[in-house]
Design a protein around this ligand. Structure first.
Ligand SMILES: Cc1ncc(COP(=O)(O)O)c(C=O)c1O
Length: 452
């Protein structure tokens, strides 16, 4: 069959609330044109993020009931640890409450003034945690990533030449580790090839630098490898996932993505001494090593989620349904980051709203217009998220339509595509924004704007 269906049926439903255009106008103003400040019940289709917004399966909910809430040594922890051991092969598996908690522990240990951490593209919380430690976060993604129309199959790859150059410039002793984000969220949800991971590994080995993955979307990345990388088509995704983790000395994971849960994270380490230090910090700020800031039931849900995400019918549906929205937006005239990424479609708002300069936030203008027009909530990934005093302007002004896992049906996505197409026709009427409250860190969450 050509039609790839949602590989699940629905037994629990949640109502959506429809608002009028007039109501949305008032809501937008009251939120100071920052959609993070809008109550979720005032949103019709919520594409703000794919993080923690997915639907859990009946088996995950069954796990929630089974959760062992013992303070130390709960069965749920051992269940979680076995699953992750099987999947990743790592000897040290620390549960955390979400991805940024793993990042905070890691960079408190290896960051600090004078240190430099390369990545293809640091995600915003990773960058913020590195900078908070006093270290410098450097993005080294391949140049093709800056060209939204380039259909390079692995636009998330880290540029090996740029990595060598950085090591030569700052010295390997100032680089405590190199990260690679799979898939590359800030660069359009683009995958990284196994070949590239191997090449990064070999440069790191030559200079004695450990390699870490930001592995929030490891399963989506592995499925892309299977679809696009020579020699991988017949391999089980499980084996590709294992190859990816085998190349790394550690990984941070937000389980709110490919862990298919609403809350949870993981820190994976190989080095015993580093793991001992991480355990101490985990106990200090998250909780004992067998629960790490979570309830036992959360660990059960994660154990099951990390299994379900490996199902190939799920991954085929996931990647195809995201591409489906991308194709509709291209047909409507939008320039998007091509080829479509795994978890989201990224609209090039700089192209769509080329009458709005970057310092008037074309991406945020499009985000506000989508909400006003159709009650759709999207996320700006451009000058609001990455710009600000003392920061270089980002290469692209993007708007991300992130697709929560197993939540929306094809007709929801058709509605989104129709609303976007209508908006494209009136794109020249969109107005830029002026920032009135500019917080120093992670400003997109709490910044305030007025329309100009
Ligand atoms: C690539 C990447 N790294 C890290 C994080 C942070 O994870 P969390 O939101 O669970 O703290 C995210 C979240 O979106 C992400 O996409």
């Amino acid at each position: 069959m050509k039609t790839i269906i949602e590989p699940f049926r629905i037994r629990t439903v949640e109502p959506l609330f429809v608002t009028t255009r007039e109501e949305r106008e008032t809501i937008l103003r009251e939120a100071h044109f920052n959609v993070f400040d809008i109550r979720a019940r005032h949103v019709l289709i919520d594409l703000l993020t794919d993080s923690g917004t997915g639907a859990m399966s009946s088996l995950q909910w069954a796990g929630i009931m089974r959760g062992d809430e013992s303070y130390a040594g709960s069965e749920s922890f051992f269940h979680f640890r076995e699953r992750l051991e099987q999947l990743t092969g790592f000897p040290h598996i620390l549960p955390t409450h979400q991805g940024r908690a793993s990042e905070r522990i890691l960079f408190e240990l290896v960051g600090g003034a004078g240190r430099v951490i390369p990545n293809n593209n640091h995600f915003d919380t990773t960058r913020a945690n590195i900078e908070h430690s006093g270290a410098e976060a450097v993005d080294l993604v391949i140049d093709e990533a800056a060209d939204p129309t380039s259909r390079h199959p692995f636009k998330g790859n880290l540029d090996i030449g740029k990595l060598e150059h950085l090591i030569e410039r700052v010295g390997a002793d100032r680089i405590p580790l190199c990260m690679v984000t799979v898939t590359n969220n800030s660069g359009g949800g683009q995958p990284v090839s196994l070949e590239n991971l191997r090449a990064v590994r070999s440069v790191c080995d030559r200079h004695g630098i450990p390699l870490f993955l930001d592995a929030c979307r490891f399963a989506e990345n592995a499925y892309f490898i299977r679809l696009r990388e020579a020699g991988q088509a017949d391999r089980p995704v499980r084996d590709i996932v294992r190859d990816m983790f085998d190349l790394a000395d550690g990984a941070t994971i937000s389980a709110k993505k490919d862990g298919l849960v609403n809350i949870g994270g993981v820190l994976l380490l190989r080095d015993d001494a580093l793991a001992q230090q991480a355990d101490a910090l985990l106990i200090l700020t998250e909780g004992f090593t067998t629960y790490g800031g979570l309830a036992g039931r959360d660990l059960e849900a994660m154990a099951q989620g990390f299994e379900e995400v490996m199902h190939e019918d799920y991954l085929a549906y996931r990647l195809r349904s995201t591409a489906y929205l991308g194709e509709k937006l291209l047909a409507a005239g939008y320039r998007i980051v091509e080829p479509p990424g795994g978890h989201a479609i990224y609209i090039d708002a700089g192209d769509c709203c080329n009458h709005i300069p970057p310092d008037r936030f074309p991406g945020q203008a499009l985000v506000c217009a989508l909400y006003r027009h159709a009650g759709i909530r999207a996320c700006e990934i451009g000058s609001v998220m990455f710009g600000g005093p003392g920061r270089a302007a980002p290469a692209l002004e993007l708007v991300r339509l992130a697709i929560p896992r197993r939540v929306y049906t094809q007709s929801h996505i058709d509605y989104v595509a129709e609303a976007c197409a209508e908006l494209y026709e009136r794109r020249t009427t969109l107005r830029g924004l002026h920032i009135t409250n500019d917080p120093p860190s992670l400003r997109h969450f709490t910044a305030r704007f007025v329309e100009v």
